[in-house]
Design a protein around this ligand. Structure first.
Ligand SMILES: CC(C)[C@H](C(=O)O)[C@@H](O)C(=O)O
Ligand code: SF4
Length: 440
């Protein structure tokens, strides 16, 4: 018998079976998450399957956020918020409020997720949790509503595709560039229902906030989960900030077996990867930044569960320090969580950005999926640190969204056109201490 991939190991542990690719298993779920858009339908399913004796299987591991339309952008959103609040109160689920932040961010920050966990969320970017070595995956509201009651869900154990990056990355190249390149290479559906494993020297050298970017965008190649091999860095990250929620017992020994069977392997040399930009209107349209340099832009968007963390905002602020945005552009900055907001405030980053001409908004999803806080009009061109650029994603069907790293967005803000970040000074931030500052 050959060895196991990381995904097979986690699903084996959670299902108490051998769990090989292709097997169907019933697995115990560690954390269940829904938000203001997907929660209400999950609540309805939960009530239908439980009837009068309704009880959450694990209220302390059932987490609800209000982040997608936060603050409410209309009566419907406000009613959904109240539905989340009412459910949390009635059944004792953990609930986050408007302004606390994006579901994926707060779950990681507050230590709900550890290596080896199985996490399901009614949101497609629940693959994010692979950044700390968990099998995270998006599920529908009805699956989630059932799991709320049973603490279990069925899975087909996925095949695994492995991406390895050796050597060192160039200055100005970040995890965002790697994942855009991978998606560009395999295509938007290139890893459909596969687990994706990320490894190799250059990836193990990435700080946690960058590993999260790889896992977060795995869904943009169709991935079921996107796992970065957990190591001592994850252990230190969790030990620094999650004591309130869960003891920092971390499975640092968790990794794929050397003889694990992969569906495909892709290997890269870090120094050969250039900063990438995904052109409208699909994340798979990734090209080296040099191919689109000079493209005029109207709006810059810094935020989302992909690149709305403190370090991302700090990179942009460093580039804009003492400068002004190019007069032809506007910049919307939306921190991924309240902790990120506070850290940006305390570190002076918020002031730098406001002085440069940017606006800073309530922590949450912001204009990412086109409903509020900076949506685009007809003909607008946006360069965003986001994860999706489908037609109409950030507003008008006639707008166009390019995706890039925070460094590329910061450099482009200076010139009003897409700019290679290697032409300005950029830094890499290794620390990730926001978790200590979360008050909830
Ligand atoms: C609203 C929600 C269901 C959706 C998702 O699942 O991804 C959103 O977060 C998105 O990014 O498009
Ligand atoms: S920030 Fe964007 S991609 Fe992330 S959960 Fe919110 S809407 Fe979805």
């Amino acid at each position: 018998m050959t060895g196991k991939t990381l995904a097979e190991k986690i699903l084996a542990e959670k299902s108490g079976t051998d769990a090989r690719a292709g097997d169907y298993v019933e697995a115990a779920v560690d954390v269940m998450m829904a938000h203001d858009v997907t929660g209400p339908l999950a609540f309805q399913t939960f009530r239908e399957v439980t009837g009068d004796d309704a009880e959450l299987f694990a209220p302390e591991r059932t987490v609800l956020t209000i982040d997608h339309h936060a603050p409410a952008d209309g009566v419907r959103a406000a009613n959904n918020h109240n539905s989340v609040r009412g459910f949390a109160e009635e059944f004792g689920a953990v609930q986050y409020e408007v302004g606390d932040g994006i579901c994926h961010q707060v779950l990681v920050e507050d230590g709900f997720v550890a290596p080896g966990d199985l996490v399901i969320g009614a949101d497609s970017h629940s693959t994010t949790f692979g950044g700390v070595g968990a099998f995270g995956t998006g599920v529908g509201s009805t699956d989630l509503g059932t799991a709320f009651a049973t603490g279990e869900l069925w899975f087909r154990v996925p095949e695994t595709k492995r991406f390895e990056v050796g050597g060192d990355l160039q200055d100005g190249v970040y995890a965002k560039d790697l994942i855009l390149k991978f998606i560009g290479d395999v295509g938007f559906a290139g890893a459909t229902y596969d687990a994706v494993e990320f490894g190799g020297e250059a990836i193990q050298a990435l700080p946690i906030h960058e590993r999260i970017v790889l896992s977060n965008m795995t869904i943009e190649m169709g991935g079921k989960a996107g796992l970065v091999e957990p190591d001592g860095r994850v252990a230190r990250f969790l030990a620094a900030g999650n004591g309130d929620v869960r003891a920092a017992e971390v499975a640092t020994g968790l990794g794929p077996d050397a003889d694990a069977e992969y569906d495909a392997r892709f290997t890269y040399e870090g120094s050969e990867i250039d900063p990438q930009v995904s052109k409208p209107s699909n994340p798979e349209n990734a090209v080296p930044v040099t191919e689109v340099a000079g493209t005029a832009i109207d709006q810059l968007f810094v935020g989302t569960c992909t690149n709305g963390r403190y370090e991302d905002i700090k990179i942009v602020a460093d580039i804009l320090e003492g400068e002004r945005l190019h007069p032809d552009v506007r910049m919307v900055v939306v921190p991924a969580s309240k902790a990120v907001y506070r850290k940006a405030l305390e570190a002076g980053v918020l002031g730098t950005l406001v002085d440069a001409g940017a606006i800073f908004q309530t922590a949450g999803c912001g204009p990412c999926f086109g409903t509020h806080s900076g949506v685009l009009g007809d003909g607008d061109v946006c360069l965003a640190t986001a994860n999706r650029n489908f037609p109409g994603r950030e507003g008008s069907m006639e707008s166009r969204v390019y995706l890039a790293s925070p460094a590329t967005v910061g450099a482009s803000a200076l010139y009003g056109e897409i700019t290679d970040p290697r032409t300005v000074e950029t830094r890499r931030y290794d620390d990730y201490r926001v978790a200590e500052e979360v008050s909830s």
